[in-house]
Design a protein around this ligand. Structure first.
Ligand SMILES: [Fe+2]
Ligand SMILES: [Fe+2]
Length: 262
C-alpha cells in the first residue's frame, strides 16, 4: 500500500489567463495546452478502466491505492476541464472548434476501448500513460531543482495547476504499474502495449499542438515533446525489465509543492 492522499482542490482561475500562451517558448506552451486538453478524456478513461477491474484485485492494499488513484485523477481532470474552457474561450472560435473535433475523436476512442478492448489492453494503456507521465513529471521537477529551465518568472494559476498535477502523478506513480503486474504481468506486452498507448495519446496531442501553433502564427509542424530534451533517460528506463516506479527517488520539492494542498 502506498502513501497517497486525495486532495480536494479547486483552483481559482481568473477569467483572463495571460500566462498560458505568453509566446516565450511556443513549442513548450502549445504542448502543455494540448496535453491539458486531453485530460478530461484520458483521465476519465483511466477511472473507468480501474473501476471495471476493481473486483479482480485481490490485494487489499492495492485496492486501496486504486481508490486513491481514482480520487486524485478525478480532481485533476475537473480542474483541467475548467481551465481548458477558459483557454479555448480566448482562442478564435474556429480554432476552438478544430480542437474540439480532436477532443471528440479522442473521447470516442477511449469509450470504444472500454467497451471493446480487453482488460489487458486497457491496463497496459493506463500503465504506458502513467509511466510516461511519471518520467515527464519527474523531469519537470529535475529541471526546476537543477535550474536547467529557469522559467520566465510567472507562477500563475496555470503553472500552479501543472505543479500540483505533476506532483500527484509522482505520488501515485506505482498504482498503474502494480495493477498491471498483479493482474497481467507480461513484460513483453507491457513494453509493446505501453509504446502503442503513448503513440496513440501523442497523436492527439500532436494534432492539437499543430492547431495551437498555427493559431499563434507559427508553423504547424511536429515537435518532439519538450520534456524529452532532459527526460529521455528517465523515459527509456521505464522499458527496462527491472523497472519499478517504487524504486524511483522522489525530489523533496514534490512534498513541498503538495504541502499547501494537504
Ligand atoms: Fe492526473
Ligand atoms: Fe496519473
Amino acid at each position: 500500500m502506498s502513501d497517497i492522499t486525495v486532495r480536494k482542490v479547486k483552483f481559482e482561475f481568473p477569467d483572463e489567463l495571460d500566462d498560458v500562451l505568453p509566446g516565450v517558448d511556443l513549442v513548450r506552451e502549445t504542448y502543455l495546452v494540448a496535453f491539458s486538453l486531453t485530460m478530461p478524456y484520458l483521465e476519465p478513461y483511466l477511472i473507468r478502466t480501474y473501476r471495471s477491474v476493481a473486483d479482480d484485485i485481490t490485494d487489499p492494499g492495492l485496492a486501496a491505492d486504486v481508490r486513491e488513484f481514482i480520487g486524485q485523477e478525478a480532481q485533476h481532470f475537473q480542474n483541467h476541464r475548467r481551465i481548458n474552457e477558459i483557454i479555448k474561450g480566448q482562442l478564435e472560435p474556429v480554432v476552438a472548434a478544430q480542437l474540439q473535433a480532436v477532443e471528440d475523436r479522442l473521447d470516442a476512442d477511449y469509450r470504444r476501448f472500454n467497451a471493446e478492448k480487453s482488460r489487458r489492453f486497457n491496463l497496459v494503456y493506463a500503465e504506458g500513460f502513467e509511466a510516461m507521465t511519471c518520467a515527464m513529471a519527474m523531469t519537470m521537477f529535475d529541471e526546476v531543482s537543477s535550474g536547467t529551465r529557469a522559467g520566465d518568472g510567472r507562477f500563475g494559476a496555470w503553472q500552479q495547476l501543472w505543479s500540483w498535477h505533476a506532483a500527484e502523478e509522482i505520488e501515485h506513480r506505482t498504482v498503474a504499474f502494480d495493477v498491471y503486474d498483479h493482474l497481467e504481468g507480461n513484460y513483453a506486452y507491457r513494453v509493446a502495449g505501453s509504446l502503442q498507448a503513448q503513440v496513440h495519446f501523442h497523436r492527439a496531442v500532436d494534432s492539437m499542438q499543430r492547431i495551437l501553433l498555427a493559431s499563434q502564427g507559427a508553423p504547424a509542424k511536429h515537435h518532439t515533446p519538450p520534456w524529452f530534451a532532459n527526460g529521455r533517460p528517465r523515459y527509456l528506463r521505464t522499458f527496462k525489465p527491472g523497472y519499478n516506479p517504487a524504486d524511483l527517488e522522489v525530489d523533496p520539492l514534490v512534498a513541498m509543492v503538495l504541502a499547501p494542498y494537504t
